[in-house]
Design a protein around this ligand. Sequence first.
Ligand SMILES: [Zn+2]
Ligand SMILES: [Zn+2]
Length: 458
Amino acid sequence: MATGKSIQLSVLGGGGEVGASCFQLDIEGQHILLDSGTHPKKDGLNALPDFGMLTRAPEAVLVTHAHQDHCGSVPYLMRQYPGVTAHATIPTVRIVDRMLHNSVSVMGLLARERGIKDYPLYEHEDVEYAMQRFEGHEFDAPFKLPLGVPVEASFRRAGHVLGAASILIKAPGHTVYYTGDLCETRQELIDGLSPLSKDEQVDTLIIESTHGANDVGGTVSYQEEIYRLGVEMAKVLEAGGTVLVPSFALGRTQEVLNFVSRLQEEGLVPEVPVYASGLGRAVYEIYNKFTDYMLPEAVLRPLDKYKRIGNVWKPGVAKKLLSEPSIIVATSGMMLDNTPSALIAEEMVKSTKHGIFFVGYLDHETLGFRLAESKPGDMLQFGLEHAPVEVSMENIQRFSFSAHAPRAALQGVISHIQPKNIVFVHGDPDAIDWMNTNSGNGFTTYAPKIGETITLEP
Ligand SMILES: [Zn+2]
Ligand SMILES: [Zn+2]
């Protein structure tokens, strides 16, 4: 039995926030990064992890999945440290490529429209360079990291979205398990997480805490929620309205399109046209190439079943889209202003016959949250320099389809793994506090903030 060794963990981002996840492990002087994201609500250099904490080039960066808050700053990191190697699962590498090129375009747009200094943080060439440095791995296939000490890593199924992984790192005398974003629920296309085998001894567990502050998703099953959504959709469509489902491009969009199609095939939802927006379609094509990574019984319908929403930034397009009953699945999921979901909603809220159904996490500072909490008569602004619009619509509902584990499931992961140390990350301060206060039995727990370095004893 090897004797235990301590390691250092530095939090560059994702401590006490759902933001630019990035954690550095210092293993006997060798540095590896776990995730390298950007903050979805911050702009310019503020959206980056605190790379100022890096004292030199890390040896490698391991990316759990292709959501922006986990991979968005990889090209920026590699601009500074071109020698870093990157690792992710094979589907994740493909989606990261698509998401990062999209980020360059979005940042360019924001630089022009809002004069955001420092944007774009990187160019398409930087993304191309970064993608050459990526190595794709299968789940459960251990690989050696290019370090001066023998360290083995492997990706384990985390549920959540296509390709999403937790990372098991076996260093001499210390084993670390970083969950990334976890989902224990079996979704329409993607299975729930695979628990770590009981004989894997973990010294340090770094665990996400997104739903630590509330009991969301704990009582209703995913399938029950699909049928509740179907019934509510049918009511709107039969009355001649349209339903908008704001969805994240990666994960939620592909799930919603397929369960809505199933509800139509089952006759619960009328056979109206179903629309899907741009980035969600691009990711859908990648899903289509990796059906082996989905549930064996998953049915991924052909993408051409779903119509394109068109250029909703052009005046009149959103209005025309609403001229006949339909179901529109559009980004962004939290309805950030000036995105397709926001511009379609801007038109919809003027009428009482439509419905807007939110199906994922809503940050309290987003337009989506303000709309979900609005009452008829409230004035809301949907785009930069757009005049506020009066909300007439009443049918704004929230459904519990989060791709994140509810807190009871997070506690289940902890009691299954029985680590020595637990580090709570990826959650608002109240979520982290709850997890830290209620999951500590017999473990040494940490809730480090950005900028902190902690020493973890084996
Ligand atoms: Zn995620
Ligand atoms: Zn995340």
